[in-house]
Design a protein around this ligand. Structure first.
Ligand code: AKG
Ligand code: FE2
Length: 348
C-alpha cells in the first residue's frame, strides 16, 4: 500500500509531532469573512452545474447534531509547497473552459472520474440549486486510474500522485491515533474499515455568487466514510460546522488540514466519536476551492461493533451492516438531509 512503499516521503517528514491545536474549533461569528488572496489568481466562472438561478431565498436546513467532531491540524508532515501546488493545479482545472470540464460531467455515480453535484435535488430549499461544482476521482492506487485523469493542466497527474502519497501517510497516522484514542490497538480502525478501501478525492469549486443568500455551496451533510482530510484555499471562508443548533464558520488556518470525523468512525466507535454535520456557503467576492480526501470502506466490508468498546454501560448503538447496504440507504435518501447512519441505529 501507499504509505509503506513511500519511505522517501517518510524520511522527509518532520518528527511525528502532532499538535491538534484547535479541537472543536469554532469561530466566534457566523459572518462570512473574506480576505483578498494575493496568492490565488481567481476569476469569475459560472458553475456549469447550475444554469437555473434560484427563485426564492435559502431558508437554512435544521440540524439536531450537538457534538461535532472537527479539528484543524498542523505539523502534519505534508509539505506546504505540495499543498499549494495541488490547490493551484486543481484551481487551474476549474478555470478551464466549461466545454473542457464538461467531458467529465455525469450523473452516473459509478463513474470513477466525474464532475457532478450530489445535492442538486434537496428538499427544504425549494428550487435553490447548489452553487458549486465537484470534481471527483480515486486517489489510490494511482496506476489503476491515472490514465483517466486530466492531461490539462499538464501537471495535474504528477502533482496529484505526489499529494496522494503524502495524504496516504497522513491517513495511516490519523486512523492509528483515533484507534489509540479509543483505547484500541493502533491498527484496529484501519482493519475494521477493511481491505481495499475506497480512496476518493472531491475537489469542490464554489464560484463567487451574485447573491449568496439565495443559494448554498454544499448543503448540510455528514461525510460517509471514516475520516476526511480537507484542504481549503487560504483567505476565503465557506466551511461551516453545526454546534448546538448554530452554524459556525471554520476559517482556513494557514498550513492546516481540517479533519472531519465521518459516519463510519461514529458507528465503529459506538458513538464515542461523533460524525460532524457541516456545509459550505458561498460569498459574493471570491470563488473558493476545497479539496477533500476520503477513506471509505468498500461495498463488501461489514461494519459492526468493536467488542472491546461494548459493555453493560455501553451497549451497541448500531446494527451490523455491509457498506453496500449503507450506500443503498444513502441513495434512497436523495433529496433529503441524509441521515444514513441513523437508519442502522438499534432501538432501545
Ligand atoms: O467546501 C468545504 O469546505 C466542504 C466540503 C465537504 O464537506 C465535502 O467535500 O464533503
Ligand atoms: Fe463533507
Amino acid at each position: 500500500m501507499y504509505p509503506q512503499e513511500d519511505n522517501k516521503f517518510k524520511k522527509s517528514c518532520p518528527p511525528f509531532n502532532w499538535y491538534i491545536f484547535l479541537s472543536f474549533i469554532f469561530s466566534q461569528t457566523e459572518t462570512t469573512k473574506i480576505k483578498e488572496n494575493s496568492h490565488t489568481k481567481w476569476r469569475w466562472l459560472p458553475p456549469i452545474m447550475n444554469h437555473a438561478w434560484p427563485t426564492h431565498p435559502f431558508q437554512g436546513p435544521s440540524c439536531q447534531d450537538k457534538r461535532p467532531n472537527l479539528s484543524e491540524i498542523i505539523n502534519h508532515g505534508v509539505p506546504k509547497e505540495l499543498c499549494q501546488k495541488v490547490l493551484a493545479v486543481v484551481t487551474e482545472f476549474f478555470q478551464l473552459p466549461p466545454e473542457e470540464r464538461a467531458q467529465y460531467l455525469t450523473k452516473n455515480h459509478s463513474k470513477q472520474v466525474k464532475v457532478f453535484n450530489y445535492y442538486q435535488k434537496y428538499d427544504g430549499i425549494g428550487k435553490v440549486t447548489m452553487w458549486s461544482e465537484t470534481f471527483s476521482h480515486p486517489w489510490h492506487p494511482t496506476e489503476d486510474f491515472t490514465h483517466l485523469l486530466p492531461t490539462n493542466p499538464p501537471q495535474y497527474r504528477e502533482v496529484f500522485a505526489e499529494y496522494a502519497r503524502a495524504i496516504g501517510v497522513l491517513f495511516d497516522r490519523l486512523l492509528s491515533l483515533i484507534s489509540r484514542g479509543l483505547g484500541l490497538d493502533k491498527d484496529c480502525l484501519k482493519r475494521r474499515i477493511g481491505e481495499k478501501p475506497g480512496l476518493n478525492t472531491q475537489a469542490n469549486y464554489y464560484p463567487a455568487c451574485p447573491d449568496p443568500e439565495l443559494t448554498m455551496g454544499m448543503p448540510d451533510h455528514n461525510d460517509l466514510g471514516s475520516i476526511a482530510v480537507l484542504l481549503q484555499v487560504e483567505g476565503v471562508t465557506g466551511l461551516q460546522v453545526i454546534k448546538d443548533g448554530k452554524w459556525l464558520t471554520v476559517d482556513p488556518v494557514p498550513d492546516a488540514f481540517v479533519i472531519n470525523l465521518a459516519d463510519q468512525t461514529q458507528v465503529l466507535s459506538n458513538g464515542k466519536f461523533k460524525s460532524v454535520g457541516h456545509r459550505a456557503i458561498t460569498n459574493k467576492l471570491l470563488p473558493r476551492l476545497s479539496l477533500g480526501m476520503f477513506y471509505t470502506p468498500n461495498n463488501d466490508t461489514v461494519i459492526g461493533l468493536v467488542e472491546d468498546l461494548i459493555d453493560e454501560e455501553n451497549p451497541p448503538e448500531y446494527r451490523k451492516y455491509s457498506f453496500k447496504e449503507y450506500m443503498e440507504e444513502f441513495y434512497k435518501q436523495e433529496g433529503k438531509r441524509r441521515r444514513v447512519k441513523e437508519a442502522f441505529e438499534l432501538q432501545r
